[in-house]
Design a protein around this ligand. Sequence first.
Ligand SMILES: C[S@@+](CC[C@H](N)C(=O)[O-])C[C@H]1O[C@@H](n2cnc3c(N)ncnc32)[C@H](O)[C@@H]1O
Length: 229
Amino acid sequence: MEKKTKITGPIFIGRSWMEYIKMFDLDLKNLKNQKILDCAAGASSFTSYMHKQDFEVTAVDLIYDKSPEFLQLRCQKHLQALIDALEKMKQEFVWTFFHNLDELKKHRIKSCQDFYQDYKSGKGKRYLKGDLTNLPFDDNSFDLLLCAHLLFIYDHRLSEEFHHKAVEEMMRVTRKELRLYPLVKHKGLKSTMVEKVTNSLSDNYEFKLVKVDYQFRPGGNQMLVISKK
Ligand SMILES: C[S@@+](CC[C@H](N)C(=O)[O-])C[C@H]1O[C@@H](n2cnc3c(N)ncnc32)[C@H](O)[C@@H]1O
């Protein structure tokens, strides 16, 4: 029997550039001449796509010191583990962006391949190793920061202190805005960290909940936009 992969840390996969556009309600014509940073970018194809379109995008992730081959293999393994898990819980998700598991699988394999191709030439340039709580950038280095599928979904593993530090650190390096998605864990449960983080940082930042045209987890059709006061 084929051995199943057991995932212990955050999963290394990536949403596609099209999912990013929808999750973060991005309008490409407003992004020319904007410096964008994708935080905890994983194997997303967003940076690859945007780079090809001549946008100025950087991606940062804890394991971008690894080789392209290592990350490609990790993505393939984690993707298969995710598909196996989803097979048993299909009814817990919203099938509008993807109509079935097969579509999701093809879409995510393509993201992983696009990421791998771009990472081969962009490692150390637009793909940089970094920890969200200690980013390797000066203050106000970017216009827009995006962060998907790390904060607010691993409440059981990532502490309130981590969430707090990560948001403060991301706000340090953005000149204007940070967008976070999603705000719900599985089964549509809202992360308790959203309220904790917004309450504790409300003196310095403005927080806005914005509805977006994307949903896979039930109730996952909102992003949190944080800007400096
Ligand atoms: C589930 S993936 C999300 C990828 C992508 N943002 C998306 O939405 O598809 C989570 C990513 O967070 C990265 N990660 C975990 N802890 C991190 C940290 N402290 N700093 C930076 N990246 C981290 C992992 O390596 C992984 O690639």
